[in-house]
Design a protein around this ligand. Structure first.
Ligand code: HEM
Length: 523
């Protein structure tokens, strides 16, 4: 007995010693000998995966990487084998088509896996599958499809306005409410209708549908699981200890609901021009625009999050900045209310940058400061190496641009942390004026801005397929909202600071109480 106990102690000691020795050797290798050892960055992040993973799990990754870039420059090492960039050129080098094979660097498989049914959604699919899936989905996101979808979308936006008007009317035209929640209701309902053929009725019932409450668990569970993957046999234990149970079960429920909704939509025959109608046209043929049922389930799983959460996030961020900067709100209010005399006149077509240049500038500036997809979108440098920002990096290196850090870098933008929509305007525009909340600026101030570095929808063949839809929704909701309401912070409170929130790549949005009052001149 004694013998076997001492054996166990000795073996354990040996295992621990070997593990420690292995890690010490690995850290020394990563520090001094690794091909990326000369790239600047915090030492601990460069020698071990742990700081990266902890930062992901804590929801501070986006802010941490921004700080690292501020301290160490435009290319930094954020894990032993991973680099982060913040230049416009790097963005093109990583995400656009490469001369070598006409396709961008492949996505990092650790962060882009298959769905629970084993099929790849469009966002993770490998090259050949991606090309086929993207073709199949493109029809549902075309200009033609968008104009056919407008009445369907408009119905929900009108209901949003009615709900807000009712809430205000009951309180002498003014009320305080969580506007982020109402934007979620409307955008999720729109997406239910467009993606799955039925609204979630969040707005009608003024409460979240079960599914929408599950959505926050989806990216969190994914990021946590992937961050802990690299710990080998310890991963299941770490998952058990670090990932809250409701995150795991929430992600599972999200998947089950998605499969159910996609299959219900298959069963339904309808003339509605929703996104699925375009895809289902090719359901039974094996052409190059075909999507299998498991792929459709997997893509539905991604679309609901990619499509709804991001759009609602931008609308909320935009209003948060307008509440914080009343002079900007006043300019936008005047532009919209002088352009239209009735809400019915407002449409996708007449809310573009040509018609409402200041509103377009406001949206661009809020996308710059609070990009809905804020993290790094990791890719793998192909075998044989790849050039980024005129520098060659070894094959297998994980690379990506840090969206938030890029868009807030002083290398790319003057006054990078200030909300100044004017930077996006033509300097001859009457609204190109410096307000009391602004740092001083003149006609020349923003000529050095690297505007092309702000790409919240990314670039290249894997950029956002829903960009036109998202922008049309945002323009319509924002124009109608500002046409109908004035906004301010509730008396005695400070406006929320958007960037104080955490992110799991997407923002973890906290309740956003603002005061809205009916625009008297229109009521
Ligand atoms: C403000 C709103 C939105 C923003 C900022 C946004 C941003 C992005 C970004 C940055 C990517 C690239 C991700 C990567 O490379 O890993 C992306 C991809 C994607 N987005 Fe969006 N998105 C928005 C709205 C939408 C909407 C409304 C839909 C659909 C209804 C959508 C569907 C997709 C899909 C399917 C992909 C993957 C495309 C592919 O891999 O080919 N997004 N989005």
């Amino acid at each position: 007995m004694l013998f076997s106990l001492s054996n166990v102690v000795n073996t354990s000691f040996a295992v621990v010693s070997i593990t420690v020795l292995y890690h010490v050797c690995l850290w020394v290798y990563n520090w001094l000998l690794h091909p990326l050892s000369k790239i600047p960055g915090p030492l601990l992040w460069g020698i071990s995966e742990t700081p990266f993973n902890l930062s992901m799990i804590n929801g501070t990754f986006v802010h941490d990487v921004h700080k690292i870039h501020q301290k160490y420059g435009p290319v930094v090492r954020i894990a032993p084998n991973e680099l982060s960039f913040i230049t416009e050129q790097a963005q093109r080098d990583i995400y656009s088509r490469r001369v070598e094979d006409g396709y961008p660097m492949r996505k990092d498989p650790n962060f882009n896996s298959a769905a629970p049914n084993g099929a790849f959604p469009i966002s993770s699919a490998p090259k050949e599958d991606h090309i086929r899936q993207r073709r199949a989905l493109a029809h549902g996101f075309s200009e033609k499809a968008l104009s056919e979808q407008e009445p369907l979308i408009r119905k929900h936006v009108d209901l949003l306005m009615t709900k807000l008007q009712n809430a205000s009317s009951q309180n002498n035209g003014t009320t305080v409410l969580d506007i982020g929640k109402y934007f979620n209701f409307a955008i999720f309902d729109i997406f239910g209708d467009l993606g799955f053929g039925e609204s979630f009725n969040c707005l009608v019932e003024e409460r979240y549908h079960k599914w929408t409450t599950l959505l926050p668990y989806f990216p969190k569970a994914g990021l946590m699981a992937k961050s802990l993957k690299g710990y080998g046999i310890l991963s299941p234990l770490l998952m058990l200890l670090l990932v809250p149970k409701q995150v795991i079960s929430g992600a599972k429920d999200h998947w089950n609901l998605c499969v159910e909704k996609v299959n219900q939509r298959f069963e339904r025959t309808t003339n509605r021009k929703d996104i699925m109608s375009y895809i289902l046209k090719n359901k039974d043929n094996k052409s190059d625009t075909f999507l299998s049922v498991p792929e459709l389930e997997a893509t539905g799983y991604i679309l609901i999050f990619a499509g709804a959460e991001t759009t609602a996030s931008n609308l909320s961020a935009t209003i948060s900045y307008l509440v914080r900067y009343p002079a900007k709100f006043a300019k936008l209010r005047d532009e919209i209310r002088s352009q239209f005399s009735a809400a019915e006149d407002i449409s996708f077509r007449n809310t573009t940058a040509t018609h409402l240049p200041y509103m377009h500038a406001v949206i661009q500036e809020s996308m710059r400061l609070a990009p809905p997809v804020a993290g790094n979108m990791p890719r793998v440098v192909p075998e044989g190496g790849g050039t980024i920002d005129d520098q060659m990096y070894p094959g297998g290196t994980i690379v990506g641009t840090a969206v938030y850090a890029t868009q807030r870098s002083a290398m790319n933008f003057t006054y990078p942390n200030s909300f100044i929509p004017e930077r996006w305007l033509n300097t001859n525009h009457p609204n190109y004026t410096c307000d009391s909340s602004d740092p001083p600026f003149g006609k020349e101030t923003f000529v050095t801005d690297q505007k092309g570095a702000a790409q919240p929808f990314s670039v290249g063949p894997r950029n956002c397929i829903g960009m036109n839809l998202a922008m049309a929704e945002i323009r319509l909701v924002l124009a109608l909202f500002i046409f109908n309401f004035n906004v301010s912070s509730p008396a005695g409170t400070e406006p929320m600071v958007w960037e104080d929130q955490k992110t799991y790549n997407n923002w973890v949005r906290t309740p956003m109480d603002i005061e809205i009052s009916l625009a008297k001149s229109k009521s």
